[in-house]
Each structure stands twice: as structure tokens, then as C-alpha cells.
Ligand binder design. Structure first.
Ligand code: NAD
Length: 257
């Protein structure tokens, strides 16, 4: 198979790059020729995640706007431009019922997943707007489309990311900047490790992904491939869209019978 070089000579930022989907995305973009700035709040794991080649890392908590502004200025100083942003950092705090979810959980979850993504878009969006080109891919979730895949705060934060994808795409489209989202289904990563560990410990591994039409769970590289597509010129006329990458999970109502 010929090497794909869609990002040759391009510069990308990936947030939440130390683990799971972000790490796989940084690797994929690097493999396709990009120079990547990997951002994460976990400095130790970040150092382990750098793909082979000439890439940069920066510790950054996306829920802190000052850190976001500093990281984007760092990218500009070293790269001189930003062609792609994988806006991916996220957390899940708990899966509590609406009557039990405390305000701190709401604030923490929205602070990282929604406001953090918005702050990255704000600062990278200014750079891309001035360039007159650029592509952003937000990592939302099937939890933002249907209930049952996360707690109240997590699901609402991801529905917010889908909405943010549409509004930002409308704000930035006139400047040649595209904004899309992926909505992953169940993927084996650090975030879902407790779910996978529990299922394996209790002999229930076959239930993982059983609701997906492909009858399996997904892998970070499969989300990275979709992010790379949406960030590339292959998606040059796609903006404001949220693409489920979920083995068909959201295609069905999964009614019994
Ligand atoms: P992960 O825990 O393996 O990776 C998330 C990374 O984000 C970690 O390295 C973590 O340190 C970093 N991070 C968390 N908060 C941060 C912050 N405030 N600032 C900077 N970095 C921060 O999980 P993952 O599954 O790879 O998650 C990536 C994205 O995919 C998240 O937005 C998550 O909500 C989304 N997602 C995951 C799944 C799944 O099944 N794993 C499904 C749908 C959506």
C-alpha cells in the first residue's frame, strides 16, 4: 500500500495526546507527514507518547484559558502556522443519575470537555482565520447523541461539543476554516479501562460492543483514521458535521425482539 502523505509540510496540534485516541491521532498525523504539537495535562505520559520524528510536546490543561493561549502561542512560535487541530482532551467523572450528580461534577466535566474545547477553538481559530485556512476536528461522543453511554454531565458536555462544532463551523467557514467532529462509540482507552477491566474480570468481555451493529468495540486507531480524514483535504467540502464512528451503534434503536 502506498504511504499516505496528506499532511506533508503541515502542522498539527493534538490535545489529550498522551493517551488513547489523542495518542493514536498524533501518531497517525505524524505518519502522514505532519509535524505535531502534542498537548496534555499529564506531562509524564506525554513524554512517552511522542511519535518518531521531529515533534513537540507541551503540558497544557485545556480548562485553563491562559495555558491554552500559551500553548497556541508556542505552536505559532515554532511552526509559524497551524493547519489542523484535533480537539480531543476529555474526561468522564461519573455515571450518576440526574438526581445524584453534584454541581462540582457538572462544572469539572463541562470545564474540560466543552469549555476546554471552546477555548482551543477560540485561540487556534484566530490563527486559522488569519491564515485563511485550517481544519479542526472535535472529539465528541455517541453520548452526545443518545443517552446510555455516559453520565448526565458527560453526555451534555458532548452534546455541547456537537453544537459547538456547528456554530464554530458557521463562524469560521467564511475564512476557509472547517470544523467537524467525530462521535466515537465504545473504544478501548485509558478512559474506558475500568469498564474493560470489570468486563474481563467477570467473564463478560463478549458484552463489550455487543450493541454495535459490527458486534465489537473499537480501537483508538479507528478514530484516529476518521479524525485524519476530516482534518485532511480529502474532506475539503465537509464542515459543521458530527460523524459517528461507532460500529453502527447509533444506527439502530436496538429494540428487543
Ligand atoms: P484517555 O483517558 O485515554 O485520554 C484522554 C487524555 O486527555 C488523557 O491523556 C488525559 O490526560 C487528557 N486530558 C484530560 N483532561 C485534560 C485537560 N484538562 N487538559 C489536557 N489534557 C487532558 O481517553 P480517550 O478515550 O482517548 O479520550 C479521548 C476523547 O475521546 C475524549 O474527549 C473522550 O470523551 C472521547 N471519547 C472516548 C470514547 C471511548 O470509548 N474511549 C468514546 C467517545 C468519546
Amino acid at each position: 500500500m502506498p504511504a499516505i502523505t496528506r499532511f506533508d509540510g503541515k502542522y498539527a496540534i493534538v490535545t489529550g495526546a498522551a493517551s488513547g485516541i489523542g495518542r493514536a491521532t498524533a501518531a497517525r498525523l505524524a505518519e502522514e507527514g505532519a509535524r505535531v504539537l502534542l498537548l496534555d495535562r499529564n506531562a509524564e505520559a506525554l513524554a512517552e507518547a511522542v511519535p518518531t520524528g521531529d515533534h513537540l510536546t507541551r503540558t497544557c490543561d485545556v480548562s485553563d484559558e491562559a495555558q491554552v493561549a500559551e500553548a497556541v502561542a508556542f505552536a505559532q512560535a515554532h511552526f509559524g502556522r497551524i493547519d489542523a487541530l484535533a480537539n480531543n482532551a476529555g474526561i468522564i467523572c461519573d455515571r450518576s443519575q440526574i438526581t445524584e450528580t453534584d454541581k462540582a461534577t457538572w462544572e469539572r466535566t463541562l470545564g474540560v470537555n466543552l469549555i476546554g474545547a471552546a477555548m482551543m477553538l477560540k485561540h487556534v481559530g484566530k490563527v486559522m482565520q488569519a491564515q485563511g485556512t485550517g481544519a479542526v476536528v472535535n472529539t465528541a461522543s455517541v453520548a452526545g447523541i443518545r443517552s446510555g453511554a455516559g453520565g448526565n454531565a458527560y453526555s451534555a458536555s458532548k452534546a455541547g461539543v456537537i453544537s459547538l462544532t456547528m456554530t464554530a463551523a458557521c463562524d469560521l467557514g467564511q475564512y476557509g476554516v472547517r470544523v467537524n467532529a467525530v462521535c466515537p462509540g465504545l473504544i478501548e482507552t485509558g478512559m474506558t479501562a475500568p469498564v474493560f477491566d470489570y468486563a474481563r474480570e467477570h467473564g463478560k468481555e463478549d458484552r463489550l460492543g455487543a450493541r454495535a451493529e459490527l458486534r465489537r468495540y473499537g480501537h483508538p486507531e479507528e478514530i484516529a483514521a476518521a479524525i485524519a480524514f476530516l482534518a485532511s483535504d480529502d474532506a475539503s467540502f465537509i464542515t459543521g458535521q458530527a460523524l459517528p464512528v461507532d460500529g453502527g451503534n447509533t444506527a439502530s434503536l436496538n429494540l428487543p425482539g
